[in-house]
Design a protein around this ligand. Structure first.
Ligand SMILES: Nc1ncnc2c1ncn2[C@@H]1O[C@H](COP(=O)(O)OP(=O)(O)OP(=O)(O)O)[C@@H](O)[C@H]1O
Ligand SMILES: [Mg+2]
Length: 278
């Protein structure tokens, strides 16, 4: 496994690598969710490159950029165990050099849900992902369904800019009790960790109601809210039931839908979602 932190060094290397490169973009502090993406990338491509970069441009004022969990040594050990070929772990200066001023904005998909609570977040995400795609020129890039709106933003950008790669969305990997794996789960205090299972319980309840025939989004949303309200340590940031493609608020769902939650436990904000299928 070759670890590269210098962007110029990577640029010199990339032309020598296979066209079929699988990219796994991460902010590090890896868990089984990331490793599932890594395994898929390895299986489907000639070589796999993991990107580790805590991207300052996707954190808002007062968010946790400086305290975001980091452990590069542990991450490299895990990636080595998965037989990843390349790790690209650039510095902030390497990605955003002096005079940097080019941004990518996926206009409509960036607005609702995460976009309301985290203005500018998806502009930061789209910008770094665009840069990463240009630098690595992957055949496929692997993202997790846990960040459903991010997946939609990245897919839209890839299509709109005519990029020659496939965006692969992988299922959410969960702890045995249903909590979606997330690097930020380490912030949870013991009581909060137990309480956090309420997200998946609430989402499953809505999926069940959908299967039983409920299509009115407001009823489904109230069901989400009622379940989360049963857990006093959680404060809802948003609860939404939307069209799975546009994330638009609609009154009635068609054949499919998406239920999404963002809930805060103390200082820790968790997100999760479930696809609604008959
Ligand atoms: N539980 C999971 N299952 C599958 N993919 C995941 C999971 N958690 C994160 N991912 C995916 O891994 C990629 C990198 O995500 P990131 O490094 O932000 O990790 P994270 O766990 O989401 O951290 P945080 O919650 O702190 O943002 C993203 O595509 C994300 O969707
Ligand atoms: Mg994340």
């Amino acid at each position: 496994m070759k670890v590269i932190t210098s962007v110029p060094e990577w640029k010199a290397l990339r032309p020598k690598l296979p066209a079929s490169l699988g990219l796994i973009p991460t902010m590090g502090f890896l868990h089984e969710g990331h490793l599932a993406l890594v395994r898929r990338a390895r299986a489907e491509n000639e070589a796999a490159v993991a990107w580790i970069f805590v991207n300052p441009k996707q954190f808002g004022q007062g968010e946790d950029f400086t305290t975001y969990p980091r452990d590069i040594e542990r991450d490299l050990h895990l990636l080595e165990g998965e037989r990843v070929d390349y790790v690209l772990a650039p510095t902030v200066e390497g990605v955003y050099g002096p005079g940097f001023q080019t941004y990518v904005n996926v206009e409509e998909l960036s607005k609702p849900l995460e976009g309301v609570t985290r203005p500018g977040h998806f502009r930061g995400v789209a910008t770094v992902v665009a840069k990463m795609f240009c630098l690595t020129q992957p055949r496929r890039a692997y993202f997790g369904q846990k960040d459903a709106q991010q997946c939609a933003v990245v897919k839209r950008m890839t299509e709109d800019l005519g990029l020659l790669l496939e965006v692969v969305v992988c299922p959410t990997v969960r702890e045995p009790d249903g909590l979606a794996m997330s690097s930020r789960n380490v912030y949870l205090q013991p009581g909060e960790r137990e309480a956090a299972t309420v997200l998946y319980r609430a989402l499953q309840g809505v999926a069940q109601a959908f299967r039983a025939g409920e299509r009115r989004t407001e009823n489904l949303r109230q069901l989400l809210l009622a379940t989360v309200a049963s857990e006093p340590l959680g404060t809802v940031d948003y609860a939404a039931v939307t069209d799975p493609e546009t994330f638009a608020a609609i009154e009635r769902l068609g054949a499919r839908g998406l239920a999404l939650l963002a809930v805060k436990f103390g200082k820790t904000r968790l997100i999760d979602n479930i696809e609604l299928t008959p």
